[in-house]
Write a protein that binds this ligand. Structure first.
Ligand SMILES: NC(=O)C1=CN([C@@H]2O[C@H](COP(=O)(O)OP(=O)(O)OC[C@H]3O[C@@H](n4cnc5c(N)ncnc54)[C@H](OP(=O)(O)O)[C@@H]3O)[C@@H](O)[C@H]2O)C=CC1
Ligand SMILES: CC(=O)N[C@@H](CCC(=O)OP(=O)(O)O)C(=O)O
Length: 344
């Protein structure tokens, strides 16, 4: 008889928790156990996630080690700084998947500078397409899911660093939908402020994903990579369109660049290098676990320019989390995940 894996989701009333549950509802190997929240505890999930009809009558519990105990897998979709304490109280045999930032960074000084407080330590990083990541996720009991911006940006340039095509001086500009900020109200996210306008924020190296980009790309490059990152908020609920660029090393042409990306991603089920001349768009990735990607050589500026599109809530959060869970538990990596988007 096939055994199903029992799963708890903390933060089930939020955007990331909701997307996770949407995916888990179609995953053939799991059953959904405790669903927890904070201020929403005691209310029904359907109030917060009306699209999750099969779970509408489930009542949200408080997020405590006790309510999360007794499950094979616990997903923590909580604001950063709240996962580490709970994770420390879950047993070593439980697979804990942290969708927040608490376990992404290796350097305690980076953690203190960008997030503050005690560093909880680094866990295997839930971006299987990065060199060496898949091996560390296989069979692990702890997973740190990447930030949504580092997912699209790191996959944009990792193949070029792996092939030695670019200098370690990177610029990333990423246009994001509003759901990246979570459900809680923020002054710059009120409808009237967001509609009909695009605005940059965290400019000048001020966004907390900057060290995560640098960590990922430096590991692939084998040398320190500097990253200038600018996020741009756009009036759309979901999606991230990233443009990443870096100076080319001598003699690299478009054919060499394209060959490096084909080599890196041809066997990847969720990364599509688009045909020459086609450019990624967030709309094509919505609801799927895909990363759509295009690469160009700017011969005038002598820079490699790569554009990626993802759904921030799927590949950028919950889909990446499920993909990594599959690796940790020994399921086929694509189980419960789709390469089919929603359009228009
Ligand atoms: N949105 C995105 O695109 C991405 C999000 N993430 C990460 O996922 C995590 C969740 O984000 P998101 O879903 O967007 O945020 P939301 O604000 O939409 O949801 C937050 C969830 O956490 C619960 N919560 C809030 N405070 C506490 C607390 N003190 N203890 C326990 N539970 C609490 C909330 O419950 P209640 O409703 O009761 O307040 C809610 O369920 C964050 O760490 C975020 O950085 C990562 C990548 C991308
Ligand atoms: C639009 C918007 O505000 N986006 C968020 C993205 C956060 C995220 O996705 O990642 P973490 O898990 O690291 O918080 C931001 O820029 O902070």
């Amino acid at each position: 008889m096939r055994m199903t894996v029992n799963i708890a989701v903390a933060g089930a009333s939020g955007y990331a928790g909701g997307e996770l549950l949407r995916l888990l509802l179609t995953h053939p190997e799991v059953e959904i156990g405790a669903l927890t929240a904070a201020s929403s505890a005691g209310t029904k999930l359907g109030v917060h996630q009306p699209h999750l009809v099969p779970l509408a009558d489930r009542v949200l519990a408080e997020t405590t080690p006790e309510t999360l105990a007794g499950h094979d897998v616990v997903f923590l979709a909580l604001p950063h700084g709240h996962s580490a304490e709970i994770a420390a109280q879950l047993g070593p045999d439980v697979l804990v998947v942290d969708l927040g930032a608490d376990h992404r960074l290796a350097d305690p000084a980076d953690w203190r500078r960008w997030y503050g407080g005690e560093h909880a330590g680094q866990w295997p990083y839930g971006l299987p397409e990065l060199p060496g990541a898949r091996e560390k996720l296989t069979g692990t009991k702890r997973i740190a899911v990447p930030g949504c911006f580092p997912t699209g940006g790191s996959l944009a340039l990792a193949p070029a660093f792996a092939a030695g095509l670019i200098e370690p001086d990177v610029t990333v500009v990423a246009v994001t939908g509003t759901s990246g900020a979570g459900k809680s109200l923020k002054p710059n996210l009120l409808g009237s402020e967001v509609m009909g306008s695009a605005s940059a924020y965290g400019v000048g190296g001020a966004h907390r994903h900057t060290p995560e980009f640098a960590q990922n790309l430096s590991a692939v490059a084998g040398e320190k990579v500097t990253v200038s990152f600018t996020p741009v908020l756009a009036p759309m609920p979901r999606g991230i369109l990233t443009t990443a660029s870096a100076p080319l090393k001598d003699d690299v042409d478009e054919a060499a660049a394209r060959a490096a990306y084909e080599k890196a991603y041809d066997a990847e089920p969720f990364v599509q290098l688009l045909p020459a001349g086609a450019w990624p768009a967030t709309a094509a990735t919505l609801g799927s676990n895909n990363v759509q990607l295009q690469v160009a050589v700017d011969t005038g500026a002598r820079r490699l320019v790569v554009v990626t599109a993802i759904d921030n809530l799927t590949k950028g959060t919950a889909g990446g989390a499920v993909q990594s869970m599959n690796l940790a538990l020994g399921f086929p990596e694509t189980t419960g995940l789709s390469t089919v988007g929603v359009a228009p």
